[in-house]
Design a protein around this ligand. Structure first.
Ligand code: NAP
Length: 511
């Protein structure tokens, strides 16, 4: 195959203001700053995880541009707030149409910059379009409330309206693994709720979101209500501590999330952090289904998902049959160049991810785990890997894997599974496989995770059901309407009706 860059791809005409082509035909992207698409001299190279090909360059913004972005969003925060709901809904409908008309550009970019298999890239675009459709529906349900005052002696003769108001400027910092979708799930509810936004996407794969910002601009979002700047981590710290920012919505590693929380000061925080999803397979489970879902949950996008299954706890008495099913299922997951439509597992994001994953696998085998499949890599391509009899002192049982590895441990019974799941420092997702619905419910209630899925792999998907982390997995809940609530605050307006004698007049009418 050709070198993985964008030279064989024609991006839609709508995106022309977003980049220029260098003499070697590498797109040189711009940032959206104070209503203009701006190029900067300092650049960051975006290289493809497929073969390290140069996909594009993007500006390496400094504190100067970060400051300009915040001031622009702050000074223009009323430009989005004053658009009536019907107007905002029209804008998002138009954005959805434009996204779908330009689907091929997004898929091509996601495959090359993030190394996503084509079907995963298509799924990401589809979920973003779905989110554009569903968020306005939930927006209409968030209306605030009216509270009559006559339940307390102190407030008789008064009443209050409790409104939901925008926060001001929302800062969105997003990870590499869903560069379009996760960033969009922060920006769509923030704008709909009437906030202006500053975005800092991952510098590993920032292109898809820059294209999406163009879509929002053309659809009618006031340009200065949305500023998008590219730059490495420390730029995020400058933004994260900025006092003109009212809310920080961050998705990424627990380590960076903790750092940001420690410097953020008095702003609202929404933190979607790391995970360590267990699949608990009980003796009465449908083992075919459990194996299919476990493998899908572990290997989709090479396991680089916060909701990935990254350890399996199977009851001893069915473990041998289950492991055979897993090995059969893994054979269906072809590893290779994600531009080939038959490929289901592409590369990891970069060589340091490969080293980290391999370190976890060799640590496990060094402690006695049995390597049943995979365990090798070439470039950034890590083979789908199955480890059995993994001891509980292996790092892979506790650390986030973010790679295509299925570590299996055998457990005595359901109580041991729950105890092990709850010993994790993470608390994002788990799943349980059983045909006993009462037992499933009991396990779900006892597990300290934000979401427990019964008889399927965890999947945050479009966010139709709310999700989010406990413990080291984060703060807050993400979901279509839930995200809008997190991005608004309550304003209480109290009315004193006593001088108007409203009740006294009503009494007169009864005389
Ligand atoms: P990451 O390294 O923490 O980076 C996330 C974002 O933070 C990137 O934009 C990154 O910018 C920026 N950043 C890095 N250092 C920073 C600093 N000191 N201050 C401010 N910002 C900084 O995470 P990642 O490797 O991209 O993503 C994988 C992680 O995200 C995994 O742990 C995964 O579990 C988690 N995740 C969680 C969820 C969820 O819903 N809970 C969903 C998806 C992913 P640069 O790229 O420029 O360094």
């Amino acid at each position: 195959m050709m070198k993985a860059n964008l030279s064989e791809v024609k991006l839609g005409e709508i995106f022309e203001p977003v980049y220029s082509l260098t003499s070697s035909r590498v797109p040189d992207f711009k940032i959206l700053l104070d209503g203009q698409w701006v190029a900067l001299e300092q650049r960051i190279e975006v290289r493809s995880p497929i073969d390290n090909g140069l996909v594009a360059t993007v500006p390496s913004a400094t504190e100067k541009e970060a400051e300009r972005a915040v001031v622009s969003s702050y000074e223009n925060r009323n430009s989005i707030r004053t658009i009536p709901a019907v107007g905002k809904i029209d804008i998002f409908q138009r954005a959805r149409e434009l996204l779908l008309e330009n689907k091929d550009s997004f898929v091509s970019v996601l495959v090359r910059e993030a190394g996503k298999p084509i079907s995963n890239a298509e799924g990401e675009v589809k979920s973003t379009a779905e989110r554009l459709k569903l968020t306005p529906e939930d927006y209409g349900k968030i209306r605030g409330e009216h509270i009559p005052g006559d339940w307390s002696d102190e407030t008789v003769g008064t009443s209050a309206d409790v409104l939901r108001e925008p926060l001001g400027v929302v800062l969105a910092i997003s990870p590499f693994n869903y560069p379009l979708y996760i960033t969009a799930t922060k920006v769509i509810p923030a704008l709909l709720a009437g906030n202006s936004v500053v975005v800092k996407p991952s510098s590993k794969d920032p292109l898809a979101f820059l294209l999406f910002a163009r879509i929002l601009q053309v659809a009618g979002i006031p340009s200065r209500a949305l500023n998008v700047i590219t730059g490495r981590g420390p730029l995020g710290e400058y933004l994260g501590r900025h006092e003109k920012i009212s809310m920080l919505t961050f998705t990424g590693s627990t380590e960076v999330g903790r750092r940001l929380a420690s410097i953020a000061g008095l702003k609202r925080l929404h933190m979607e952090l790391g995970g360590k999803g267990s699949a608990i397979v009980l003796a009465d489970a449908d083992l075919d289904l459990a194996a299919q879902e476990t493998v899908k949950g572990s290997l989709s996008y090479s396991g680089q998902r916060c909701d990935a299954v990254s350890r399996v706890l199977v009851e001893q008495k069915v473990a041998d049959i289950f492991v055979k099913e897993i090995l059969k299922e893994v054979e269906g997951y072809k590893l290779g160049d994600p531009r080939d439509p038959s490929v289901k597992v592409g590369p990891l994001i970069d060589s340091s991810a490969v080293e980290r994953v391999h370190g976890l696998v060799t640590d496990a085998t060094g402690r006695g785990a049995e390597l049943l499949a995979g365990g090798k890599y070439e470039g950034n391509f890590y083979q789908p890997t199955v480890l059995d009899h993994v001891p509980f002192d292996a790092r892979i049982m506790w650390e986030e894997t973010f790679g295509p590895v299925i570590p299996i441990a055998r457990i005595r019974d359901v109580d041991e599974a729950i105890a092990l799941a709850n010993k994790s420092r993470f608390g994002l997702d788990s799943c349980v496989f059983t045909n006993n619905i009462n037992l499933a419910r009991k396990v779900a209630k006892r597990i300290e995770e934000g979401e427990v899925t019964i008889n399927a792999a965890p999947r945050h998907g479009v966010g139709y059901y709310p999700f989010g982390g406990n413990k080291d997995s984060g703060i807050g809940r993400e979901g279509i309407g839930y995200s809008i609530e997190e991005m608004t605050r309550l304003k209480t307006i109290v009315y004193n009706w006593r001088p108007a004698k409203v009740w006294a007049d009503l009494t007169k009418e009864n005389q």
